[in-house]
Design a binder for this molecule. Structure first.
Ligand code: IVH
Length: 712
């Protein structure tokens, strides 16, 4: 928050601590005005006022270079224009990859594929190895051989329509030479070479310096010049320009590497698929290699690690993809990552810096999380100022004290970690950190139950931090996705008393007049916000469940619940019933594949609290969660039915059978109850088969199951 007294002080007299606070406030303010100007077309301050903010930011950074922030306005690449693009739904979701870091992870990956597919030991596995470029993935749709549209990855299901920008890329074929499928999605990575990035950055730095000189001479200057931090950030900013003319002038490249939806399968192996891509005119990374067997695969990553420094572009690891596409299809994916591919990341980069402070943050479930505040340092291409310290035991175990020199590590995109300290460099008198036993926000006791590592604030919904964090979670992009309701606005609405719970967001229209009186809340901003809220009165059930922010109910579990219970009414009713330990509803919940008893307890505890039920019902009066779709064609005999597998199957692993059943729209559970529709019985089936007989549930042999599932 801006401190008016601080704002009027001359840069020359600021202390380091004041400068740090002021830079934080300026970063937030300038970001806000950038958004108002670029995205909402509704500037709230004059150009001169805006320039003064940017100038002050730059002057403070010049005096305290060590305080340069990751989100500093001087580093941002263009104003990202997310809201300026139409949304496009991908034909099939764009997945991410699970990461492995060592040879053992890779061996386990091989073993899991063998187990899933029930492969005989003599059956060889071939992979394609590809360098993993840290760029921006895109989905390119071709219809009748013509490029018709392209999108960014977005949240994996829906991306931004950047068709016009993609058309400016030289590497992108506009037409495919025949033969081609009637419709196909091609996926790849947009990136830029290191040299191009450095040249662009140098050019921007020179332009910024020149602008600064002009400004110092009292001449009129244009908007602030942004300087990209790394090639990825530069590529992303360049592709997401509202004006494709700007994208056209940026040196962007494209490597194609994957397939999305296709009207017919254009290849039988990934390797031949890459050849087809080349034949259609796509650039395919020439370092990609077909690798037969484990040793060849492991040698590939060593080779890439050695070549890495000589490459024109940055790579952060390699990707292994199982070559046979029929096996890829059988393996499918779990959560957001395929079972048939893995990313192997290069070992992380390290750096040392000073620990300036340990802040305590309060999360939406009341967890007190310590966060390290450090003197800014570059690690693996980005400036780092903060790192999580996880919990109080971690601080004690590593004996981290304020003033210590800490060793930092960044592995891939992972948030930086503090590995340890350099004991010889501990300043005299440094004291062990005393973890607070009260919530720093509401002052309630913070307690740590026996056997748990996390200390939690007991203030519940009376704690402002928890309430605000819940609201922030609720509106997030992968939750309710309310555009324009960012952290700052939520805080402002909370502070003004207009929003205390999620349902209040949907009643904001009543307070329009009041909001109009607030500084910086123009009519246009309010109108956009209210429209964005209205647009979310109907959301898929899984998003709704995830948005509630119940502990341990992440996106994957929310999806499982939505698919299992189908409608909001059913889910709510069954969750309340499940609050009784030992009830049929509780058993059912705990036996959903992927949920399990611990998560069932968490849900039951949430529903046992009257204030949670009240908040939920209040919300359900404003928002209508839409029934979950049954995943597969309704003509599958298993769509919407509950299935249990028991015993050993002869032709496929249990994991594959369960995944297959889910693809056909079935709910797979672990225990047999009156709600079970089918029990598939393999060899040596025990009590579950007996229970099925007792309850009169239909029992299928493996052959019958294969027949009904269309597996022949
Ligand atoms: S395949 C299931 N291949 O890495 C298919 N991804 O961590 C998933 N990436 O979002 C993508 N090089 O942005 C694939 N040769 C490559 C890649 C690659 C870079 C990126 C891509 C993806 C992310 C997943």
């Amino acid at each position: 928050m801006t401190d008016p007294a601080l704002r009027t002080r001359k840069v020359e007299v600021l202390t380091e601590e004041e400068a740090g606070r002021e830079l934080a406030a300026l970063a937030a303010e300038i970001a806000h005005h950038d958004e108002a100007y670029h995205r909402q077309d509704a500037p709230e301050i004059s150009d001169a006022e805006y320039d003064a903010l940017v100038r002050r930011n730059r002057a403070i950074e010049a005096r305290f270079p060590a305080l340069l922030r990751e989100d500093s306005p001087t580093r941002r690449v263009g104003a990202a224009a997310a809201e300026g693009f139409a949304k496009l739904r991908h034909g099939v979701p764009m997945l991410s990859l699970d990461n492995g870091f060592g040879d053992d992870d890779f061996r386990e990956f091989l073993a899991s594929i063998r187990r899933f597919l029930k492969l005989a030991p003599e059956e060889a596995l071939a992979f394609v190895g590809e360098p993993k470029i840290d760029g921006l993935s895109v989905n390119l749709t071709y219809e009748d051989g013509r490029f018709v549209r392209g999108a960014t990855r977005g949240d994996g299901a829906v991306g931004e329509d950047v068709t016009r920008n993609l058309l400016t890329l030289q590497d992108l074929p506009k037409h495919l030479p025949a033969p081609f499928p009637a419709r196909i999605e091609i996926r790849g990575e947009v990136f830029c070479d290191k040299a191009d990035f450095l040249a662009f950055r140098a050019q921007q730095q020179a332009a910024a310096a020149e602008r600064e000189e002009r400004r110092a001479r009292g001449e009129k200057v244009g908007p602030a010049i942004t300087i990209p931090v790394n090639p990825r950030n530069f590529a992303a900013g360049s592709l997401r320009q509202l004006d494709p003319g700007i994208t056209a002038r940026r040196p962007l490249k494209l490597f194609a590497y994957a397939m999305g939806e296709a009207s017919e399968q254009p290849a039988e192996t990934h390797w031949t698929w890459l050849e087809r891509l080349r034949g259609w005119g796509f650039a395919v990374n020439p370092l990609s290699a077909l690798l037969e067997g484990e040793e060849a695969a492991l040698a590939f990553q060593r080779r890439m690690a050695e070549t890495r420094a000589d490459l024109a572009y940055d790579i952060d690891g390699v990707v292994y993809k199982l070559d046979r596409l029929d096996w890829q299809r059988r393996l499918g994916f779990v959560g957001r990552a395929p079972r048939w591919a893995i990313a192997w990341k290069f070992p992380a980069e390290q750096a040392t810096t000073t620990l300036l402070d340990i802040e305590i943050q309060v999360g939406r479930t009341g967890a007190l999380t310590p966060r390290a505040v450090m003197r800014p340092v570059g690690v693996g291409g980005v400036m780092v100022t903060h790192a999580s310290l996880h919990n109080e035991d971690e601080i004690a175990r590593k004996d981290v004290r304020i003033g210590d020199t800490v060793i930092l590590q960044r592995a891939g995109d992972v948030i930086p970690q503090i590995l340890g300290i350099v004991p010889e460099r501990r300043p005299e008198g440094a004291q062990p950190f005393a973890f607070p036993d009260r919530c720093p926000v509401c002052g309630s006791h913070a307690v740590r139950p026996e056997g748990e590592v996390v200390r939690r604030c007991t203030g519940g919904l009376t704690c402002a931090a928890q309430t605000v964090e819940r609201l922030i979670h609720f509106t997030r992009r992968n939750a309710m996705d309310i555009e324009g309701l960012g952290v700052e606005n939520i805080q402002a609405l909370f502070d003004a008393g207009l929003v205390r719970g999620p349902a209040d967001i949907f009643r904001l229209a009543r307070h329009e007049a009041e909001m109009r009186g607030w500084e910086g809340w123009g009519a246009k901003k309010i109108a956009n916000l209210l429209a964005a809220i209205e647009a979310r009165r109907q959301v898929p059930l899984e998003r709704f469940i995830f948005a509630l922010g119940i502990r341990r109910i992440g996106e994957a579990n929310a999806k499982l619940l939505a698919r299992h219970y189908h409608s909001f009414a059913e889910w709510r009713q069954r969750m309340v019933a499940a609050t009784t330990i030992g009830s049929e509803a509780r058993e059912e919940l705990g036996s959903i594949q992927g949920i399990g008893p611990a998560i069932a307890t968490e849900l039951a505890e949430f529903f046992a609290e009257p204030h949670n039920r009240a908040a939920l019902d209040d919300l359900a009066r404003e928002v209508t969660p839409q029934d979950a779709e049954i995943a597969a064609a309704a003509d599958s005999p298993f769509a919407g039915r509950t299935l249990v597998f028991t015993g050993t199957l002869g032709t496929m692993s249990r994991d594959e059978a369960e995944a297959q059943a889910e693809r056909l729209g079935a709910k797979v559970t672990k225990s047999v109850s009156r709600k079970t529709d089918f029990v598939v019985v393999g060899a040596d089936a025990g009590s579950k088969a007996a229970k099925a007989a007792e309850l009169g549930v239909r029992v299928l042999t493996e052959a019958e199951w294969r027949e009904m599932a269309g597996l022949g």
